[in-house]
Design a protein around this ligand. Sequence first.
Ligand code: HEM
Ligand SMILES: *[C@@H]1O[C@H](CO)[C@@H](O)[C@H](O)[C@H]1NC(C)=O
Ligand SMILES: *[C@@H]1O[C@H](CO)[C@@H](O)[C@H](O)[C@H]1NC(C)=O
Ligand SMILES: *[C@@H]1O[C@H](CO)[C@@H](O)[C@H](O)[C@H]1NC(C)=O
Length: 511
Amino acid sequence: MTVDLEFHLKVTLVLVAAVLTLTSAFASIKRFLACRRFVRTHGCQPVSKSLNKDPFLGLDAIPWTIRAVLQHRILERTCERFRVYGNTFTVKELQRRAILTVEPENIKTILSVKFHDYGIKNRLKPFQPLLGKGIFDTDGDHWASSRALIRPSFTRDQVADLTTLEALIQDLFKLLPRDGKTIVDLQDLFFRYTIDSATEFLFGQSVGTLKKNHSDVEFAHAFHYAQRAVIIRGMLGPLKMFYPDRKADECNRICRDFAQQFVEEAFRAVAIQKQGQNNPKAELKQKKHIFSNELASRTTDKIRVQDELMNVLLAGRDTTASLLSNLFFSLTKNPAIWDKLRREVASLDGRAPTYDELRSLRYARCCMNESLRLHPVVPRNEREAVRDTVLPLGGGKDGLSPIFVPKGTLVGYNLYAMHRRTDFYGPDAEEFRPERWEDGNLQPHWEYLPFNGGPRICIGQQYALTEVGYVLVRMAQEFGVLESCDAGPWEESLTLTLCSRNGTKVCLTPA
Ligand code: HEM
Ligand SMILES: *[C@@H]1O[C@H](CO)[C@@H](O)[C@H](O)[C@H]1NC(C)=O
Ligand SMILES: *[C@@H]1O[C@H](CO)[C@@H](O)[C@H](O)[C@H]1NC(C)=O
Ligand SMILES: *[C@@H]1O[C@H](CO)[C@@H](O)[C@H](O)[C@H]1NC(C)=O
């Protein structure tokens, strides 16, 4: 009896195992045939260059990475790789195959032509504890509704408020030494400037880090720490359960509570405004655009508003500060360019610029374009294929045939390297030379992407260029000499954005 039962059990187990194996084998074969069919119909060729000698785990790339990280030269070394391996090659990262590319046609395909074939699924996990779910860290329908909610707040041309920017400039000027010999780190001050302006724009009230002793501003500290924790969560991936970070949890809570106050306030303001709608006087009072109020007027979901505020703060703050820091670093190393800027700005006779005047300062814009080319503040990015798809370039010996991108593949695109391609920008591509943009000589399309492209193009581009342009112009009016107090060259500091590792150390002499 028992023997019989045991026998039955064994037979059943063997049968189950056999069925499972067969099903899995069958699925593998089906997948293999489907891939082969896909490759044939699209005329795909294999990518001829692969980085790794170890084809299984790609472990051979690890020492290279560690060395590049320690030397703060990840981006520079990656450029060398593209020169050696070509414009599109594959790498193996543990179990996963990734494709890296600096081909504008491929990037256009990922971001625009085949937008729906790619996603950013892997972004949500590390960002969610700080941002919740919003425009920056979701995909698909959720992202589309975020974009629709936020978009109207950025359609105005004059999205950045110059009065606010000017008030902050005065705060900034008060902190700048004027003796031509005291060293000041502009980068640090620019990060304070942009958190002040971003909180004013989003919440209607600045945290005032330039005004106050900034070690007293709890929110600014918490936000800084929370962003670093995002990067660490991103690097650790599933291992992060072994590395709990209580301080990060606390900082996330501080940041979210901080935003929540303003959400409550925004909903109150909107309710009052609705009540007063038959009273035209009440309408007039709400002249200043406050981002949180605008969102609150378009949805009843408070968590949603809080999440989107955090998302936009994260997307907009460090990016703008990093552009300012990198731009001023390059300007300190090129006194002739500073002089030329000052000559252009002289047309304002010392007055603060209006929107139209700001837009008409062409050389200032050339300088911003050039800084974003040489030091794109989002220097590399990636997307994951959500279905089998195809990229137009990178296959075959010459790299000119299409390539197959199986579902689940990561495709990384490197703007830092693409912006330094000599075939697009000439032999002096590594130099900071704003003149290359003069007279509309350079009208790049997908080979220049500081703000990304396609449906997920940066929504704050106009805001950022206004803010950076404003600071640039006001500084050029105020200071005749901007002297570098940093003997070394620019070195990368690569966090969520790209800025200068040694800050932007200058000595200033008033005009
Ligand atoms: C120099 C300054 C800036 C640069 C270089 C920059 C660059 C970028 C880039 C490259 C992306 C695409 C990210 C991706 O899809 O992977 C992006 C997205 C975004 N940016 Fe900016 N940005 C800047 C300033 C700002 C500002 C000031 C704001 C808001 C006030 C802002 C709001 C956003 C938002 C909300 C997104 C997400 C858009 C979406 O996914 O639909 N950015 N930005
Ligand atoms: C800012 O605060 C720190 C500690 O609270 C103090 O050491 C420093 O002197 C203060 N600086 C200013 C400018 O008040
Ligand atoms: C700056 O770059 C943008 C984007 O490529 C371009 O449209 C614009 O004309 C450039 N501005 C100048 C002054 O070159
Ligand atoms: C960083 O800045 C300091 C001055 O604060 C300077 O002594 C040092 O040489 C700089 N380092 C590099 C690598 O430029």
